[in-house]
Design a protein around this ligand. Structure first.
Ligand code: SAM
Length: 207
């Protein structure tokens, strides 16, 4: 996945404390939220603002996808089938381990937008996954990545744990740049100065 001029990541960056296959950690359903209510509302506001519409894919999904209102067609992909079954916005559910196989099980040009909320820190081959997101997006489709300041620390990659919130924004932008599949990234702290969970967003349009 090396491209001249693309960002590179140091040795050990993608190591994790828990190197067991992900289906061990994600076997029990976790029907919890990973953001406070205000940050969840901010995710929905961002999706509305970006006018995400059409055929959508929520990557690394669970029982909530934060669209408000829910889209007409939403494929959710995650590790736990019981969580995905409870997702009321989903019209199709796919269990797939992106760390075992970073290729998405969808044809080229399948989606108008792809979202990934509070989860990109768990990917050990994120540049390959993001490059494949560009493949399944229709031209002009957006990838929207959101995150906060919490995680499952044993499953997040070491490079993520070792840096600051601003550093994580740089990491996500570097994943998109290194993939070669996207135009310039936009990054924002969506709720500056507000109490509660910070909500960062990084997004870009497929080339
Ligand atoms: C912190 S939860 C976030 C769930 C949801 N996106 C949300 O906003 O609440 C992390 C999610 O990442 C998914 N995930 C973790 N590792 C994964 C992998 N290797 N492949 C696919 N999904 C993964 C899990 O299924 C889990 O639902």
């Amino acid at each position: 996945m090396d491209r001249p001029g693309a960002p590179t990541f140091p040795p050990g960056f993608f190591d994790r404390f828990d190197e067991q296959p992900d289906d061990v950690f994600y076997a029990p359903p976790r029907l919890v939220t990973h953001l406070d209510d205000a940050a969840i509302a901010e995710v929905g506001r961002l999706y509305r603002e970006l006018e995400l519409d059409g055929e959508l894919l929520d990557l690394m999904s669970s029982w909530v996808s934060h669209f408000d209102p829910p889209p007409a067609r939403l494929v959710v992909l995650g590790m736990n089938g019981a969580e995905l079954d409870r997702n009321p916005a989903a019209t199709k559910r796919v269990v797939h381990d992106l760390n075992a196989d970073p290729r998405l099980p969808f044809p080229d040009d399948s989606f108008d937008a792809v979202t990934c909320c509070v989860s990109i820190d768990y990917l050990v081959r994120p540049v390959e996954v993001v490059a494949d997101v560009a493949r399944v997006l229709r031209p002009g489709g957006q990838l929207v990545v959101t995150f906060s300041n919490r995680c499952f620390p044993t499953k997040a990659v070491r490079g993520w744990l070792a840096t600051t919130e601003a550093g994580r924004v740089e990491i996500v932008a570097a994943y998109l740049d290194a993939s070669g599949g996207f135009g310039p990234t936009t990054a924002q702290l969506r709720n500056p100065g507000r109490p509660g969970d910070p909500l960062y967003a990084v997004w870009a349009t497929a080339r």
